[in-house]
Design a protein around this ligand. Sequence first.
Ligand code: FE
Length: 345
Amino acid sequence: MRQWGWVIFWGLMSSSAMAEVGVLNLYSARHYPTDEALYSDFSKATGIKINRVDSDDAGILARLKSEGSASPADVILLVDAARLWKGEVEGLFMPVQSKILESAVPAQLRAKPTETGGTAWFGLSTRARVVVYDKLKVARQEVDTYEKLAEPQNKGRLCIRSGSHPYNLSLFGAMTEHLGPVKTELWLKGLVDNMARSPKGGDTDQIKAVASGECAVAVTNTYYLARLMRSSNSAEKAMAERVGVVFPNQSSWGTHINVAGGAVARYSKNTDSALKFLEYLVSPEAQNHFANGNNEWPVVQGLKLDNPALKAMTGGSFKSELIPISAVGMNQIKVQQMMDRVGFK
Ligand code: FE
């Protein structure tokens, strides 16, 4: 039935307009090859082709800004809470109402509703920012809270990627919520004092540096570790076996989690399809894909997780922090200033 609808509709349109109807322009910062299956399943189910532009979070926001109302973007996927917040406050997203998304995504993992009841962005999957350590050199209880990473016992041990990377800005923004700015700045200073080397590389590089003995403690998002644990490459598997993993702050506020999420672009001309795509991303199939394809946690509650690496890491479940993820973004400027003062590169 739907197919006939398309045929009749398309018959009335010029060829250039036709191209727009069946195509969704996606600007995506998801840098995970396993996502290909997500997009092709959506296209198969709906007949809507996805035209993807890849960049990082900052690149996408800059591009949307410079394109303004001429932007062809329909839907945006970013991989960090602070950047989602930034896109929202800069007016780059179109707040939408969707019963499907509102019931699937817990309130603390999406933007605060606007005055008219729309939501600017929705978290679609979560990842935890955890500590890995050299099991030969470090006792688990020396690194079982974020606060302890800054204590003298961990001097010369810590490897971490650049403080200005969104994953760290969000972690530090969350710490500012938990500890307040004064204690957080002292904590950041302690991290700088404890570094084994100047920040460089991505999260996987930090895990590798622990496995090679260059540092004894590092900070990483969970999916990078899970990827090594599930690797078919024996050297990578061995690296994952050498390191221990801690979900910090289980006895206090819980481990920091970040979201990857999506939004409808402010000037989309295909809002129905854009919304359909976001709603598809909270379907059990898509959520399962985030969990099994990219080793993230679904935002939808009650799905059965069947990922051996995530299970091995957590022993089944863990306590995550409950601050609204939107609060993390609001601390960005403060965090950047603190890092400048303590010399966190
Ligand atoms: Fe990542």
